[in-house]
Design a binder for this molecule. Sequence first.
Ligand code: NAG
Ligand code: NAG
Ligand code: NAG
Ligand code: NAG
Ligand code: NAG
Ligand code: NAG
Length: 463
Amino acid sequence: MELLGFSYWASRSVTFLVLSSYCVAYTPIEHCFFHSSDTYPYYGSKTAYMNNKFRPNNSNETETNCSPKNIWFLARHGTRNPGVKYLRRMRDHLPLLRDQILENHGNGQGELCKYDIELLHRWRLTASDQEAKFLVDEGYTELESIGRRFKSRFPALFESYNNESYVFAYTESQRTEASAVAFVKGIFEDEHHQVWFRPPVTPDPLLRFYKKCQKWRYEVHKNFDALFHVKMFETGPEMSNLRHIISVRLGFNRTLTQSEVDIVYLMCAFDEAWRPTVHSPWCSVFTPKDLAIIEYREDLKYYYDSGYGHDINYQQGCPMIKDVISVLKGSSQNNTIGHFYFTHSGTVLKFLARLGLFKDSTPLRYDNYSTQKNRLWRTSIIDSFASNIAFVLYNCGEEEKVAVYIQEKVVKLPFCESEMCKIKEFLNGYNDIGNNCDFEAICRLPVGFSETPNDRSIDIEDA
Ligand SMILES: *[C@@H]1O[C@H](CO)[C@@H](O)[C@H](O)[C@H]1NC(C)=O
Ligand SMILES: *[C@@H]1O[C@H](CO)[C@@H](O)[C@H](O)[C@H]1NC(C)=O
Ligand SMILES: *[C@@H]1O[C@H](CO)[C@@H](O)[C@H](O)[C@H]1NC(C)=O
Ligand SMILES: *[C@@H]1O[C@H](CO)[C@@H](O)[C@H](O)[C@H]1NC(C)=O
Ligand SMILES: *[C@@H]1O[C@H](CO)[C@@H](O)[C@H](O)[C@H]1NC(C)=O
Ligand SMILES: *[C@@H]1O[C@H](CO)[C@@H](O)[C@H](O)[C@H]1NC(C)=O
């Protein structure tokens, strides 16, 4: 214990090292994540909702002279298991890598502290292929508590369940269905068994519009060149240096490959999302500085696959805008007071970009890591597990206003003067997008396009 405490302080404090250098001379500098207080829980789209730092800590700040009358809500499913392909990669590579790290440590190579080594030694992956992409307990809790908070914030919208007042829909997947059920439980508590869910359709033209967008699939999603900046960043100085540092830290003579670093990162990210209060031994491999670099790579990936990086990414998101407008406009004729959709990362990001939110004044580039530290497009914030977007329509005396909430926090829309946006202002801003939403035309491949896609696509651990 004494020794552990010593290594910890040795790694944390340069001053201490200098002052007592005669003591430290025989001990290699050890990196001890376990004791570290400066954790960095931002893992792009694998960030737990609990660690999404965008969330407000007080969520009751609505204008007092307005009363909510309608809500349109969309959420990404909560924390889940990895897909089969990644589960297999984890199972194939991580035990081997772990054994090598332990062996290196045994040979006095590497910088991980004894305690982290011990945790790594005890690490097991329990998820099975049958449960690939399934919602995990943490994900259920995320959605249930979001539901509970919405109910407490907008009690008038959730007085009691009735089939005519609400639309609940999810895509055809266990993780979105289970997320919907969890949310509904948070809202309606004992009444939740009565809730009727619209049967899922595949492909869903609204909740997963991009599955129907051929042009996007060919020109972006399956096109290696569309992710040029991601590949360039991976071979650039920040990532090369990171691979080198990590290899030394783990006691390897060779430099780990990008895919080795990636599978370690992915395991670390999932471990942290599954149990946000417990540190994964795989995260011991990284310092906050390292994680910030990989986070940028993740942001680049989603910027070019689902964000402002290519116009088609967000142009195809117009059906969502159309739906929001029709719900908010139709609310005076219809009896519905709530629409609730449970869907995926790919939908959330493209929709946010279509709304014009989180748009940086300069594009994210492979060579701009250092100037993009304060970027708005940060998937840890806009695309964590259980990310959500809510439009709430208010009656404010004579006027109607709309507010949009991202991760339960009110956000000003680009076309609006303030967070409480006059419905006219809102419609002025978005009507054109809704009215000119010819999805078929937007997503049609160019005439004569017959090539098979350039399917060396970069891994996007999808949705
Ligand atoms: C919310 O968090 C911020 C920063 O973490 C803090 O400054 C502020 O006082 C908190 N507000 C409330 C109401 O707790
Ligand atoms: C928010 O407001 C509702 C009703 O106005 C109240 O019941 C609830 O306790 C409030 N929540 C917080 C966190 O203040
Ligand atoms: C709820 O309404 C839908 C139509 O919107 C209908 O198909 C369904 O059967 C209703 N469910 C119940 C339990 O009444
Ligand atoms: C790594 O390098 C050291 C020193 O050059 C050497 O003693 C050791 O055998 C090497 N280990 C492996 C696995 O190659
Ligand atoms: C309103 O009701 C009509 C008729 O039932 C339906 O076709 C329309 O989709 C509804 N609009 C909204 C926004 O729910
Ligand atoms: C990064 O972006 C800035 C503008 O923010 C630009 O001036 C600079 O040239 C870019 N860096 C590189 C290396 O291209």
